[in-house]
Design a protein around this ligand. Structure first.
Ligand code: 4NP
Length: 170
């Protein structure tokens, strides 16, 4: 399956473009997306133009490092997951240019707090193998293959995001 061209990114509101990745616990999916996008942006020479953060809609893991399975998956592919500490999303996060959510429940929870349709989007709306409603499945209750699948999805989606950001910011 392939998606249509993603909708254009919102214009930058300030000197650097600010992106928040959001999932439920902020220990698996959204920090994986944060780490991967940050690394790809650095490789593309855009590391000082774009700021990437992440948060969870839930508060259970606030202050915790990444889930050790998600961290191991990232480390196995050469990324550094160690700096992450979980944070909770609230309406103050709408100061970001773009809020990218991992699943439909995250979208509902975030939209209930505010934001605008162009600002709050499904992360996989940028996935060449996904579409506007595709989700990053929650790997937390499953086996190791779920974390491998999440990383592959995140890496290919972030490659499109980097290209879109280069187009927007260059
Ligand atoms: P995440 O995964 O939303 O990708 O960070 C989860 C982590 C923790 C829980 C659920 C999902 N939890 O229920 O504690």
């Amino acid at each position: 399956m392939s998606s249509s061209t993603p909708a254009p990114l919102p214009a930058p509101g300030g000197a650097s473009y600010r992106i928040a990745m959001v999932c439920l616990g902020n220990i698996c999916r959204s920090p994986t997306a944060q780490v991967v996008l940050s690394a790809q942006l650095a490789d593309a020479g855009l590391g000082d133009r774009v700021e990437v953060t992440s948060a969870g809609t839930g508060d259970w893991h606030v202050g915790d490092p990444m889930d050790r399975r998600a961290a191991a998956e990232l480390a196995g592919s050469g990324y550094d997951p160690t700096a992450h500490r979980a944070r909770q999303f609230d309406d103050g996060w709408f100061d970001h240019d773009l809020v990218l959510v991992m699943d439909a429940q995250n979208l509902q929870n975030v939209a209930a707090l505010g934001g605008s349709p162009g600002q709050v989007r499904m992360f996989r709306s940028f996935d060449p193998d996904g579409g506007p409603e595709s989700e990053v499945p929650d790997p937390w209750h499953g086996g190791p293959e779920g974390f491998t699948e999440v990383l592959a999805m995140v890496e290919r989606t972030c490659r499109v995001l980097v290209a879109e950001l280069r187009h927007l910011l260059d």
